[in-house]
Design a protein around this ligand. Structure first.
Ligand SMILES: Cc1ncc(COP(=O)(O)O)c(C=O)c1O
Length: 407
């Protein structure tokens, strides 16, 4: 080794308090096997990510191009987002949910909903606060708060329960009644990543009533509200009368318009929470690149047939995968919304757990999925299959899996 060079591969990184609160990434093991297999020339069919594979609709890209050609858009923006975009979000809520929002006090634009979720967590938390998060869940839901030094209390999901929403309500009430200190925030996510479960308006009504009674704040993540399949548009918690007294909701353009890389999300609802996020962001950023915000405004205000196309594309994939997996003997649940199938590991592999099962599937069927344990220990009997491969590759995956399950 040359003098002065350190051996990066073996060096233990210096430890930092906050980084120590972030455990190693559960997906890393599966990802490294995936990388090895690809390096060896294998064609891995990858259902492991939640990254939309289709391009952003042309009229939105065109608006970006046009706005970027105007030098006046190249300077700093404003961290809360441009007024036109906040107004477009308020109009969307009115159209889609019949919810009225004040674009100045009840809407803030974030750089993707993940950034907003993370910074709102920091903005409203003091060390030791108790936060109620479902398990399994999308990682930023607990880790935004863990980074903020909260104490996260997981509410485990019971997938064998005949009424999972009623089960959640029981768990929520118990936690609110018995936790010391009293919880300060409840996190919800329906349609859910990773489980694809959906909520009803009645469920939200109950949660809002409970949280009001216990003076607890609600953060609802509605990232998949436009990706639904059987004619049942998912509701918004803000449709509940008085929800704005306690709740904010995050939405995003990432999935609805295939704009994951553009980083445009929104936090809407309770003005105190919206203000907290705005205030936090005013210290941290200047908002997204203005041409992106202008194109995002065009996405929300423009023609919506692209949303229907996106929905249909995921629905077709869902239909092919669910039918094919059933024919292969893997009786997965049929998701009503989201980009995911939450699949119980087949009986004969149950004792492997989700990480080992995912590795086996990758090595023996050339199919990558996300191990459920990556979303919390209560997900360990499951894997998440993303609807992100085209029909041809989804069919190929089914043939591979059929062969794998027979072997
Ligand atoms: C439930 C959920 N919330 C938020 C996000 C992040 O979305 P964004 O691209 O807006 O940061 C995702 C992304 O996969 C998600 O699944």
């Amino acid at each position: 080794m040359l003098r002065g060079m350190s051996d990066e591969a073996t060096r233990e990184p210096r430890s930092f308090y906050r980084i120590g609160r972030l455990p190693p990434y559960v997906f890393a093991e599966v990802n490294s096997i995936k990388a090895e297999a690809r390096a060896a020339g294998k064609d891995i069919i990858d259902f492991g990510m939640g990254n939309p594979d289709a391009p952003t609709p042309e009229h939105i890209v065109e608006k970006l191009r046009e706005a970027a050609l105007n030098p006046a858009t190249h300077g700093y923006g404003v961290s809360q987002g441009i007024k036109g975009l906040r107004k477009a979000v308020a109009d969307y809520y009115e159209r889609r949910f019949e919810v009225s929002l004040n674009p100045d006090t009840e809407v803030v634009v974030s750089q993707g909903s993940k950034e907003g979720l993370a910074h709102l967590s920091t903005a409203i938390t003091k060390p030791g606060d108790v936060i109620l998060v479902p398990s399994p869940s999308y990682p930023i839901h607990p880790y935004g708060f863990i980074i903020a030094e909260a104490s996260v209390q997981f509410l485990p999901k019971d997938f064998s329960h005949p009424d999972p929403l009623a089960y959640y309500i029981t768990q929520l009430k118990e936690a609110l009644e018995n936790s010391v200190p009293k919880p300060s925030v409840v996190v919800l996510n329906y349609p859910c990543n990773p489980t694809a479960e959906c909520a009803t308006l009645e469920f939200y009504e109950e949660v809002v009533a409970i949280c009001k009674a216990y003076d607890v704040v609600i953060i609802s993540d509605l990232a998949y509200c436009e990706i639904y399949f059987d004619g049942n548009p998912p509701p918004s918690i803000l449709q509940v009368k008085g929800a704005k007294d306690v709740a904010v909701e995050f939405t995003t353009l990432s999935k609805t318009y295939n704009m994951a890389g553009w980083r445009v999300g929104f936090c809407c609802g309770n003005p105190d929470l919206v203000y907290a996020l705005k205030r936090m962001k005013s210290y941290l950023d200047y908002g997204g690149f203005l041409p992106i915000q202008i194109a995002a405004t065009a996405a929300l205000n423009g023609p919506q047939d692209c949303v229907l196309e996106t929905r249909n594309r995921y629905k077709e994939r869902r239909d092919v995968l669910v039918k094919g997996l059933h024919e292969a003997g893997w009786m997965v649940d049929n998701p009503a919304a989201s980009m995911f199938i939450w699949a119980k590991i087949p009986e004969k592999f149950q004792e492997l757990g989700s990480v080992e099962f995912s590795k086996k599937l990758l090595r023996e069927a050339d199919v990558a999925v996300s191990p459920g344990a990556g979303f919390g220990i209560h997900g360990d009997g499951y894997v998440r299959i993303g609807l992100i491969e085209n029909l041809h590759r989804s069919r190929q995956a089914i043939r591979n899996i059929k062969h794998f399950l027979k072997g």
